[in-house]
Ligand binder design. Structure first.
Ligand SMILES: [Zn+2]
Length: 321
């Protein structure tokens, strides 16, 4: 009986503690810094650890801010088949057609990311270093989420097809297993994006188009592997967790033909390019003088509170989205 309860706890830990997750979100913000031009590096390079550590703040906010959840996904399939012609890409038009409740219920990641881009542009205009860094960390998170196929599908955790756990498998298990050892994150330079809305919507549509492949290939692979070869127990931060086995993960990654690495690389490129675009649109303000102690004590205090609230509410676990 005790053993069963313990097993249930491990399964629970496994199901709830993964997302594009700490690991991939941190990496994406971290690597994005190195795509920036030298003028921006003056602020971003000394803050690279901050940007990386605070890549998860938007997910942490979900525990204290009810409206946060909708900002991390969009169920594009709710709006009919691709190319979702009936869904207005402009927020005000979509709002007029569907109303705020429907839009929030099915997710608003592209619209919200574009709103943060505007806020970031304003922060550059104001030369407000702490806002620049907070918004840069946040937009990297939303951009990364927008690149995840299962963040653009209503079958977001395989719950409609008996594949519960696939969300974390794709966006957390595979990067954690393979990113440091095998994947390449040298990507070149950030680029100015002339039409960020069109650009982001096309990336989200790519995510939605890939969701079917993500689900179908795992279903196909699971038929070749018994449950004992699919799942095993692994130690993680001192706790034993139920996990997709390394063999199954590697086989899945091979079937996906590098999709997870590719989406991570694209997330890094778009994050850096959105930072750069905001800076250019703000008139390329000089950032040299901003890197010295960008945060006021009350701002640091607010960040600590966010972390404490998240730990208290979620006990350190992280739901997906
Ligand atoms: Zn998220």
């Amino acid at each position: 009986m005790k053993k069963t309860a313990l097993l249930a706890l491990f399964v629970l830990l496994y199901l709830h503690s993964f997302c594009w997750g700490f690991f991939a979100h941190r990496k994406i913000n971290y690597y994005a810094v190195f795509l920036l031009p030298p003028e921006m590096m003056a602020l971003y390079k000394p803050s690279v650890n901050f940007l990386s550590e605070h890549a998860m703040d938007p997910d942490k906010r979900r525990y204290s801010l009810p409206e946060e959840g909708a900002r991390h996904f969009i169920d594009l399939d709710h709006y009919g088949p691709a190319p979702y012609a009936g869904l207005p890409r402009r927020w005000d038009s979509a709002l007029a057609k569907y109303g705020a409740d429907t839009l929030r219920a099915y997710g608003i990641v592209p619209w919200y990311t574009l709103a943060v881009l505007q806020q970031l542009t304003n922060a550059f205009k104001e030369k407000n270093a702490s806002r620049i860094l907070l918004l840069s960390a946040a937009i990297g998170h939303y951009i990364a989420d927008a690149h995840v196929p299962l963040h653009a599908s209503s079958n977001h955790n395989g719950q409609l097809t008996g594949q519960q756990g696939i969300h974390a498998f794709w966006e957390s298990r595979l990067p954690e297993l393979l990113a440091d050892k095998e994947w390449d994150f040298f990507i070149g330079r950030a680029q100015y994006i002339r039409n960020p809305a069109a650009f982001l919507w096309s990336r989200v549509a790519e995510s939605a188009a890939a969701a079917d492949t993500v689900l179908r290939l795992e279903k196909q692979l699971s038929r070749q592997y018994g449950a004992d070869r699919r799942f095993g127990f692994e130690e993680r931060n001192g706790t034993l967790v139920r996990q997709y086995t390394a063999g199954y993960s590697i086989a899945y990654n091979r079937l996906l033909k590098g999709m997870v690495e590719r989406r991570m690389r694209q997330s890094i490129f778009v994050t850096a390019s959105f930072w750069y675009t905001a800076w250019v649109n703000a008139g390329q303000p000089g950032l040299d003088s901003l890197s010295h102690r960008p945060f006021k004590p009350e701002e640091l205090n607010a960040l600590e509170q966010l972390d404490a609230q998240w730990k208290a509410a979620g006990k350190g676990k992280m739901d997906c989205y």
